[in-house]
Design a protein around this ligand. Structure first.
Ligand code: LLP
Length: 463
């Protein structure tokens, strides 16, 4: 083995695609606060702790792989969003990023509302005691059963996504003798600068009703004709992992444009607009996300200005951040297994999880960072690729990373910023057992979602 012969420099820079790291960080032991949650620190003996707990103890007690969620950081982010938007706005946490009953309770306590997009998410929210009026139901193909349950529970809003759904929600509300508050989801025709699979406001995709072809205006006409529906506002979500506020500004402007058109045509001013979620987070230190107060100011200013120009009363604003709240709060803890050095290329570092607990690298070319957390090391940087244990070569967790050249089986690695869309998109591929989510706070750790067991798998297999 000649791992120490790995000079991290020009020799390896040419195997890195453009935009990826071209040089190792100055200190492999440092933990950049942009990608790690706020209570993560390297302790005196070199290991990493979170919420006052040593990761080695967490691994020992709960096993690996595991998602480790910093509750203090989660609550702080909820408060930052709540405070930034203030009393004249509502923050709906997007449950699809990660949902469990504990998380619902934290949201409730921190004054946030909740956006759910399936019967399962709705059931979790209600089981945790979230008041139904603080829940919004989304989805481009809600089943009649989901609609019925949502109306019956009394959710605060259903976001209508198609013409068929207008009739179906109206029917459910009539049958239950309710008047259901609804918003209409519109596609504003913005090309959000993000991965194609997570952009949602251009016209050629499945969500919403378009402003451009008059579909949104027609949906408004139809909803206003139905007594069992109460049209409370217009909704737009332009995509996800977006850094540039320009797309949100165009979206806000076009949504206010529709409110103006509605006033002119129907003589009513809708009281709410929702500009969705999608704010990006730092997965690597190169990412530079906006802070909640900047986002709140930028959205608030543009809505106020556009409404003034149109002579409209400023509607109540809501937003739906998922990733920006939960993403940075968790890391995935893995144990290193096999190491394979490919001379002149890189070292493949296999961990005990992979694409079953983080599909984002394979699916969206997502970039992550990684650190050795069970000890500090002064060894040279080694160009590495962190891969999982699944049976395909696309099973990559971190495409390009520098790890210390003395890395060995049994070491613990942590991949930060995996709080959003990792556990919630986890699979049982290769009959992998989905990892637990361990919440840590003030020196204590507890399981909020337990690890799956082989019995869980076999229980579904009815033979
Ligand atoms: N509101 C609506 C209507 C949404 O569709 C979404 C995300 C959100 C809010 C929250 O977006 P966030 O703030 O979390 O970006 N699986 C992909 C992300 C898909 C997002 C789908 N909708 C990923 O791993 O990047």
């Amino acid at each position: 083995m000649s791992r120490s012969a790995h000079p991290a420099g020009p020799r390896y820079a040419d195997v890195l695609p453009e935009g990826h790291y071209t040089a190792p960080p100055a200190d492999l032991n440092s933990l950049d606060p942009r990608v790690w949650s706020q209570t993560v620190e390297r302790t005196q003996d070199g290991a990493v702790a979170v919420g006052g707990l040593d990761v080695r103890k967490i691994a020992e007690e709960f096993g690996t792989p595991a998602y480790v969620l910093d509750e203090t950081d989660f609550r702080a982010r909820c408060r930052a969003w709540r405070d930034a938007f203030g009393r004249d706005a509502d923050v709906f946490y997007a449950g699809k990023a990660f949902l469990s009953r504990a998380v619902v309770r934290w949201l409730y306590e921190e004054g946030l509302n909740l956006d759910v997009c399936s019967g399962g998410e709705l059931a979790t929210a209600l089981a945790a005691g979230m008041p139904a009026e603080r829940i919004a139901l989304h989805g481009n193909n809600k089943s009649n059963e989901e609609i019925h349950r949502a109306v019956e529970a009394g959710v605060g809003r259903i976001v209508l996504d198609s013409f068929q759904e207008i009739a179906r929600v109206a029917h459910a509300a009539e049958r239950l003798g309710r008047r259901q508050p609804v918003q209409i989801r519109v596609t504003v025709g913005v090309e959000a600068h993000t991965h194609e699979f997570i952009a949602t406001a251009h016209e050629d995709q499945k969500f919403g009703l378009a402003l451009a072809d008059g579909g949104a205006a027609e949906a408004v006409r139809r909803v206003l004709r139905l007594d069992s529906l109460e049209l409370i506002g217009i909704h737009s979500h332009i995509g996800s992992q977006i850094f540039d506020m320009a797309g949100f500004e165009v979206s806000a402007r076009r949504v206010v444009g529709l409110l103006t058109q509605i006033r002119d045509e129907h003589g009513i001013e809708l009281p709410e607009i929702d500009l969705g979620g999608g704010l990006g987070i730092a997965y690597t230190p190169e990412d530079d996300p906006r802070e909640p107060h900047e986002i709140a100011k930028s959205l608030g200013d543009i809505v106020t200005r556009e409404c003034e120009v149109a002579g409209l009363a400023v509607p109540r604003l809501s937003v739906e951040p998922g990733r920006a709240i939960v993403g940075p709060t968790a890391f995935t803890l893995y144990e290193v297994g096999t190491l394979k050095e490919l001379e002149g290329l890189r070292t493949y570092v296999s961990v005990d999880g992979g694409m079953s607990d983080n599909i984002r690298t394979a699916l969206y070319d997502a970039e992550y960072s990684v650190a050795l957390v069970s000890r500090a090391s002064v060894a040279e940087p080694m160009l590495s690729r962190v891969v999982g244990k699944h049976c395909e070569s696309g099973d990559i967790v971190v495409r390009d990373a520098f790890l210390p050249a003395d890395l060995a089986p049994g070491d613990l690695l942590a991949v930060p910023a995996t709080g959003a869309y990792c556990r919630s998109m986890a699979s049982n591929y290769n009959h992998a057992l989905r990892p637990p989510v361990i919440a840590v706070r003030d020196g204590e750790a507890r399981t909020i979602l337990r690890r799956e067991t082989e019995e869980d798998l076999l229980r579904l297999d009815v033979g």
